[in-house]
Design a protein around this ligand. Structure first.
Ligand SMILES: Cc1ncc(COP(=O)(O)O)c(C=O)c1O
Length: 465
């Protein structure tokens, strides 16, 4: 049987060249998650190197977290993110009453939401036609007035859309599922930033898609690399968060937006633009759906403004795709709940949603100052109006023991590993959702604990394990 035999670069030590070849093959998907690397002696013979060279190369790749050695069985390409959902505390882990949860991306809490919902429900209760709509099967898609209200609100937020381009759905996760269902068949390739929203990762896995992990920096995806990757591994769609990348807060710069759109047209792939995390308009770039309306699906949700419990959102899609999206929606849920749509209408049309958003941006600005005060000495990234800070750990500090240490001190945060697409190596970084803390005081307290942990010399942290 032939074994995987890479071509090694001519330069540098052999073990390093082999490690690089393995790393490249994993990044390209040539060595998929779960693949066993060739037995060391056989690979050494095939490459005409010593077994020691192969051992050193495997050790180097293992150190990077890309492969794992299983005793008595061999070395395997690692599954990047664990199957466990990063959204909820894992089964068996007890969330103490006084735990401060900075892991979930929740809007800052406010009694305004409950008050606005009570007012919306009161208005619905007194309106016979609305009650009829709420109890009867919705036929023929979302009613035009509902889409008009959304379109007017989105225009006020700086997101101009035509009402008939909108498909009402149940929020960001549902929008992802509809988009993947309409655009990709199992086994097809979906590209995404090498770190991405965990909901996208699990939805792709659920649908048996192959993922292509793309390198990116503070200005977003590097479009030249993207073109080269497409030519080697053509994909049907690219999912990305151009304005506020989750988790790193990177923003795709304008020149790359234009280059990306030109490439998507030339190579013919779809763009799934996730705009769920809405920043103030000055913090955003030109929406991709404005640049390439014919091939961009724009996902939006009210979860990060009105509240995640509503499970309500909207997708802007090219009209040519609507029938396919609606067909996927019909077999999933028939239609989104009419009662929620009625409440959202009230919220958007009454101006309550705009007031809430203004308040939210002010509250987030105050919280941002607390973050800068507590963590300003560390390598942090955050954006005005965003919910979270991405913190790269100092020195040799590793995320796993830090997270355990913080959990014991009552602070929950998310490890960089939760965002790894495909076999992307886990970054030694954590995401802290400063929006989620119950109050500013609670936030300051939690961040003091984080700062204290980060300031300890690393060995002291290991000793607490
Ligand atoms: C980037 C991104 N997309 C989508 C979602 C899911 O949104 P929803 O709660 O509306 O399903 C989230 C939620 O955290 C998100 O951060």
């Amino acid at each position: 049987m032939t074994i995987w035999t890479p071509r090694l670069a001519d330069k540098g030590p052999r073990y390093r060249a082999l490690a690089e070849a393995i790393e490249a093959a994993i990044a390209d998907g040539e060595l998929a998650a779960g693949t066993r690397l060739p037995p060391q002696r056989r690979l050494a013979d095939a490459l005409s190197v010593t077994v020691g060279t192969v051992t050193r190369a495997y050790a180097l790749v293992e150190q990077k977290g890309l492969v794992e050695a299983r005793v008595g069985s061999g070395t395997y390409v690692r599954e990047a993110a664990s199957e466990a959902s990063p959204f909820v505390p894992s089964a068996g882990s007890s969330l103490e009453e006084d735990t401060i949860d900075l892991a979930l991306s929740l809007p800052p809490p406010s009694p305004r939401r409950q008050a606005a919902l009570a007012s919306a429900l009161g208005a619905i209760a007194g309106d016979g036609a609305a009650l009829d709509r709420a109890v009867n099967y919705p036929l023929g898609g979302a009613p035009a007035p509902h889409r008009n209200i959304y379109a007017r609100w989105l225009a006020r937020l700086g997101l101009p859309v035509e009402a008939d381009e909108l498909l009402i759905d149940q929020g960001g996760m549902n929008g992802i599922s509809l988009a993947l269902g309409a655009l990709l068949s199992p086994g097809e390739r979906l590209a995404a930033e090498a770190l991405s929203y965990p909901g996208l990762i699990s939805a792709a896995r659920e649908r048996d898609l192959r993922t292509v992990a793309l390198p990116f920096d503070d200005d977003g995806i590097d479009v030249e690399t993207l073109a080269a990757r497409f030519d080697r591994q053509p994909f049907r769609a690219l999912y990305l968060m151009p304005d506020h990348h989750n988790p790193t807060t990177a923003r795709l710069c304008e020149s790359r937006r234009e280059a990306l759109v030109a490439l998507a047209r030339q190579r013919d792939f779809w763009l799934i633009e996730d705009g769920v995390m809405l920043l103030p308009q000055e913090e955003r770039g030109t929406p991709l759906y404005r640049l390439a309306p014919e091939r961009t699906l724009f996902l939006f949700s009210v979860a990060k403004i009105l509240g995640g419990g509503l499970r309500a959102g909207v997708m802007r899609a090219p009209p040519a795709l609507h029938e396919r999206l609606a067909a996927v929606q019909r077999h999933q849920v028939w239609a989104p709940p009419a009662l929620t749509a009625l409440a959202v209408d009230h919220w958007l049309a009454s101006g309550a949603a705009d007031e809430l958003l203004d308040w939210q941006f002010e509250e987030l600005a105050a919280r941002e100052s607390i973050v800068r005060e507590q963590l300003g000495d560390f390598d942090i990234r955050l954006r005005r109006g965003g919910f979270y800070v991405w913190l790269t750990l100092p020195g040799e500090m590793r995320a796993a023991p830090l997270i355990e240490h913080l959990a014991r001190r009552g602070v929950r945060v998310t490890p960089g590993e939760a965002f790894c697409v495909g076999s992307t190596a886990a970054p030694q970084a954590i995401r802290l959702c400063f929006s989620a803390a119950g109050s500013r005081e609670q936030l300051a307290h939690a961040l003091e604990i984080v700062r204290e942990a980060l300031s300890r010399p690393a060995p002291a942290l290991w000793q607490t394990l």
